[in-house]
Every structure is written in C-alpha cells, then in structure tokens.
Design a protein around this ligand. Sequence first.
Ligand code: NHW
Ligand code: EN5
Length: 389
Amino acid sequence: KYVFWETQPVTQFNEGGEIEEGPIAAPRAVDDVQAQPYCLPDSFEWCVCNLNEDAVVQEVYELLSNNYVEDDDNMFRFKYSASFLKWCLLCPGHRLEWLIGVRVKASRKLVGFISAIPANIRVNTKTVAMVEINFLCVHKKLRAKRLAPVLIKEITRRVNKCDIWQAAYTAGVLLPKPVATCRYYHRSLNPRKLIDVGFSRLAPRMTMARTIKLFKLPGTTATPGLRECRQDDTPQLVELLNAHLGLYKLAPMFTPAEVTHWFQNIDGVINTFVVESPDAPGRVTDMVSFYTLPSSILGHPQHTELKAAYLYYTIALSVPLRQLVSDAMVLAAARGYDVFNALDLMQNESFLRDLKFGQGDGQLHYYLFNWRLAGGCSMAPQDVGLVLM
Ligand code: NHW
Ligand code: EN5
C-alpha cells in the first residue's frame, strides 16, 4: 500500500474509464501555496545547495556517491561526477532554491537531497511547463523514516510557488503509476572487465577470447562528416530536434539556450556529434549524443569503477540510426568506456539486436506528477521521446 502516494495527484493503479487527459488536481493560485517550508524532524534543517560553490558540489557528490541508486543485487552504485551534477543542475532556467538539501543541525552534515530543473514537456498534443525531478536521496542511515515524502512535498511547494504544477521523473521502483516502462540494454565495450566484476557473464560455450572478438569494434567511425558538435550548430539542431521529437507522445521541447547547454562536449560528462553533410558544407543532417555516468563497483578487490556511456538523444536522417549509434560506440570505446547503455525507447529497438546489446536486469519507469493520460492509460516505450539523467 502506497500510504504517501495515495495522497498525491498522480494516476492511481485502480483508475480507468472515461477520464480526460490533463491535470489531476484543481488549478490553484500561487498565493494559496503554503509560504512556510514543511517541518523536518527536530534535528534536521533545510538548506539550498548552491552548486556554484565547489565545496557544496563536493558534498552533494559525496552524498550521492555513497547513498544513491544501486542495482537489485547491490553490486554497483551510480557515481555521478561533480562536473556532471553541475552540468545537469545548473542548466538554463535553473533556480538554486530547487536544489534542496537536508542537513543535520548539529554537524551540518548533508544527509538528504532532491532537485528540480525546468523543462517544457509535450504530452500528446499539449505542451506543459514542468520540472524534471532527479537525485532524490536520503542517507542510508536515515532510511525508512518517511523523510522522502517530506522532501517531495517541499520541492512540490517550491515549484508551485513558481506557478508550475506538473513534473516528470523516472525511477527504477514501481510507484503509482508509470506512464511508460522502459528496459535498459547494455553493449559490452570491455567484456573482460565486465565479466571480471560480475556486470556480465561469459555466455555458455563461449571462451573469453571469442567473447572479446565478438564485441570488438572498428577503430574508426563509418559516417563521413561526423564531427563534434559546436555552439554554432545550435540553430540547426533546434530545428532538427524539435521536428524529430514531434514523433513521440512524451517529449521535451528545447529552446535554443537549452540545445546549446544539453548538446555540448564536456569531457567525461556529455558528448555530442553531428553529421555535417559532405554535399552541403555547413548543413547538419544528423546527431548522436551520450552522457557519462560511471558506477562504483562495490567490494571488488581490483576494480573500483565501471565507466558507462548512456545513449542520450539521436537524430538519424541521412544515415541509418544503427550506423550513428555504432559510431558513437566506436568513439566511446576509444575513450576508454567499459559499457554502452541504451533504453528501448524512441526508435532504439531498431538497432539493439544488430549492435549486440543485451537486455539488462533493470527497468526504468517514467512518471508524471499531476497529469493523467486519457483513461489513466500508459504508453509503449517506443512512444517515449524523453531522456532524463
Ligand atoms: S529515482 C532515484 C531515487 N533515489 C534512490 O533510489 C537513491 C537510493 N534511495 C534513497 O535514497 C530518480 C531512499 O531510498 C529514497 C526513499 C530517498 C528513494 N521516488 O523516506 P521513506 C529520482 O530522484 C516512496 C518517489 O520512508 P526511504 C526521482 C515510497 O514508495 N517515491 O523511504 C524522484 C514510500 O511512499 P509510499 C519514492 O527509502 C521522484 C516513501 O517514499 C521513491 O528512506 C520523486 C517512503 O519514504 C522514489 N524513487 O527514502 C517524486 N522511493 O506511498 C517527485 C521510495 O509507498 C514528484 N519512495 O508510502 C514530483 C514533485 C514535484 C512536483 C511539482 C509540481
Ligand atoms: C533516474 N534518472 O538496475 C535514475 N541497472 O539493467 C534512477 N544491470 O546495470 C533509475 N544485478 O543487467 C535507476 N548486466 C534504475 C536502474 C538502477 C540500476 C540498475 C541495471 C540496468 C544494470 C547490469 C548489471 C547487473 C548486475 C546484477 C546488467 C547484464 C548486461 C549484459 C551485458 C552483455 C549482454 C547481456 C547483458
């Protein structure tokens, strides 16, 4: 039973019937939103995590490195880098009061976090000013004390104070009620290490030598005109992205400032490549991007970190998507990544098998806060055009 989520404006599991698509809770005025922060247990206090300060980024980085998401068998834990957190959370339109920390009053130790960033998200025909919620984390020693609902209510209040009433978020856990459920797929770049650390296994009747050969990638990319994205590509990318994302039922709408921010090249954070047409110099026809999210390898004597690339947004117009993603993997392999990950959303199913991805044991549920789909229904992974970090 979902004691907290039953009280929230989210689609419940038992819903159905003739309900219309749109907000779940009646619209309210900003002035009617509670002015006071929610109460925390006595020994804790709220803080704003100003990620422009290196010492604060370091505290958030350490909280997440030690307490954030693990796989089902607790073998790996996400280890977002400090520079990744800055890229992700200091995006266009960010508000510092939406980077919420919880500290122990006595020691000032950071023990909780949640973040919101603004995003225009289209659901079917309606584009809604929303926030994306991410990095909800409570220190391991303070689990199951109902702190998470307080963090969620407080960020809801602060976002509502800015006249925003909807949110999108993803989670590996099942909550009321996913708008879509995607699967993770993994493509080995460094099979020996993946097998050594228990991320993958040697297939039956396969030797290590044959496995390494199976996953070997070409030394160079196949697409003529493929190059790193530059800031002056933004106008063309805005057009390409917003047109392409129109194919999906759930997708962001990017402003030029957002395209410049989300599709740049920051070593070890985000990589974006475009195809500049060999026939029409200056004309961008395709793009592929991936972000870097390493995981700590828990309790392994030799290896401590798994270097993973996650496929972000792609647009394939002049070459097959399979070729663009293959080139992205070649570039990732050359940069020393161990594994290349993707979800089965957008048109990704079209290349997963050919490019030797295998299904992972993790799922990713997509959720909307205060927005219901017609009839309380959900959509297929291929209808999802939104990738969150
Ligand atoms: S998903 C990653 C979330 N983080 C982790 O998994 C890190 C490791 N785990 C923890 O830190 C990406 C804790 O286990 C957390 C829960 C903090 C997860 N989302 O405090 P209690 C995101 O960041 C519900 C939502 O006792 P705890 C997205 C749970 O069902 N709810 O548990 C975040 C229960 O409610 P119920 C979650 O283990 C989206 C209640 O929390 C959840 O000490 C947030 C128990 O609380 C999750 N991932 O702390 C929602 N995990 O109804 C945003 C558990 O069952 C909504 N719960 O009684 C929108 C807000 C903005 C709106 C604006 C208009
Ligand atoms: C919100 N933005 O479960 C994020 N990862 O499959 C929060 N499995 O890495 C949401 N268990 O299958 C987080 N190897 C939800 C995901 C949480 C992390 C998670 C899964 C995704 C994962 C790996 C390791 C499993 C270790 C044991 C996995 C098999 C891969 C193999 C590669 C070669 C071909 C066959 C498959």
